[in-house]
Design a protein around this ligand. Structure first.
Ligand code: KG4
Ligand code: ZN
Length: 335
């Protein structure tokens, strides 16, 4: 029953967790910087690195303490090394390297998006590959065939903005604070979904890529035109219409890809998987499929998912040396 310490610092959360056997969370500590970045309307990379540096040691110690174990009990140290903000990643990677060296423990490199997918193993003890996973976060939007715990095939990806990025940009257009995803989710609850019709792009049969820039520009044009004409509108109606379009595009491609692969197990992952409208739509279309949704805290960035993925990478023998570096861009299926 290996105990894995996971460390995550790819964006604006400094996190550490201890996970047993890949699926049982003994501790899960997150120090978020969201309030700091809010005033800039997005993550400022230099500030993120500095804040990670200030928090990382205390967060790791707290994770070990809360798990009621000692550093000696830990079997391996897993860390997000890619993709993400390079300065932010470097803080977690350096902390993990120092610990692995001092404690003489194996160092396991984890791909952040693989981590998001593995968040599903924590709460769904019965979930085993193969399954299809929609990963939609602030930096990535992929439809992935999870062939095995450490084997992934990307079936479709965004051609422009990630879904979360589109939510954040549209929130900014509508004057909502950062991060925009949860704000749009809340604001859209009693908005009219058919208030504005946005053009949805499809790349043809058998292609599972998607694009959100047209929908995002549609919102910008709608808002600018209304303002120029002096017409008033309710933000909640535009938010609800935008959200519906994004959710439909994601779900169309997700279910088409699952059907093409003849796989009946579908999971969601990443921050946008916390979206209430997306979860509802997937459940609604998911009759006849097994649908796996992580709870909200396991959709957004955390280190338990990194320890879970780390466990499977460790079992596979994926151990890094002290030359491990942070990589800002790296495909999930290119490791
Ligand atoms: O996975 P995540 O925590 O970080 C990255 O790896 O990027 O995802 C953050 C993204 C942000 O863009 C945020 O606006 C979005 O997830 N998000 C949501 C919701 N909660 C977070 N988007 C839509 N609806 C939500 N409820
Ligand atoms: Zn993430």
């Amino acid at each position: 029953m290996p105990l894995i310490l996971g460390i995550e610092s790819s964006c604006d959360e400094t996190a550490a967790a201890v996970v047993k056997d890949g699926r049982e969370v003994l501790s899960n500590v997150i120090s978020t910087q969201v309030e700091i970045h809010k005033k800039y309307g997005g993550v400022v990379p230099e500030i993120a690195s500095r804040k990670h540096l200030e928090a990382v040691n205390a967060v790791i110690s707290e994770a070990v303490e809360r798990a009621s174990v000692t550093f000696d009990d830990i079997d391996a140290i897993s860390v997000t090394f890619a993709p993400g903000l390079v300065g932010a990643l470097l803080v977690g990677v350096s902390a993990a390297k120092a610990l692995a060296f001092a404690l003489k423990k194996p160092l396991v490199p984890v791909h952040h998006i693989r981590g998001h997918i593995c968040a599903n193993f924590i709460e769904h003890k019965d979930l085993e590959p193969p399954f299809i996973c929609l990963v939609a976060s602030g930096g990535h939007s992929h439809i992935v065939k999870v062939c095995d715990y450490t084997e992934f095939e990307v079936l479709g990806r965004t051609r422009d903005d990630a879904a979360g990025e589109a939510f954040d940009k549209v929130a900014r257009i509508l004057g909502l604070p950062y991060p925009g995803g949860p704000e749009i989710d809340k604001c859209a609850v009693d908005g009219r979904e058919d208030f504005v019709k946005f053009k949805k792009v499809s790349f043809g049969e058998g292609n599972y890529d998607f694009s959100f820039s047209g929908i995002k520009t549609g919102v910008l044009n709608y808002v600018n035109n209304a303002r120029q004409r002096g017409e008033s509108f309710e933000i909640k109606d535009v938010a609800a219409s935008f959200q519906k379009s994004v959710v439909e595009v994601l779900c169309d491609r997700l279910f088409e890809a699952a059907d093409k692969c003849n796989i009946k197990k579908i999971a969601l992952a990443g921050g946008v998987a916390a979206n209430s409208r997306l979860r509802k739509e997937v459940e609604m279309r998911g009759k006849g499929y097994h649908i796996y949704l992580p709870s909200l805290g396991f959709c957004t960035d955390n280190a338990a998912m990194i320890a879970s993925s780390g466990y499977y990478e460790f079992k596979k023998g994926n151990i890094a040396g002290m030359s491990l570096n942070a990589i800002p861009y790296l495909e999930i299926d290119n490791i």
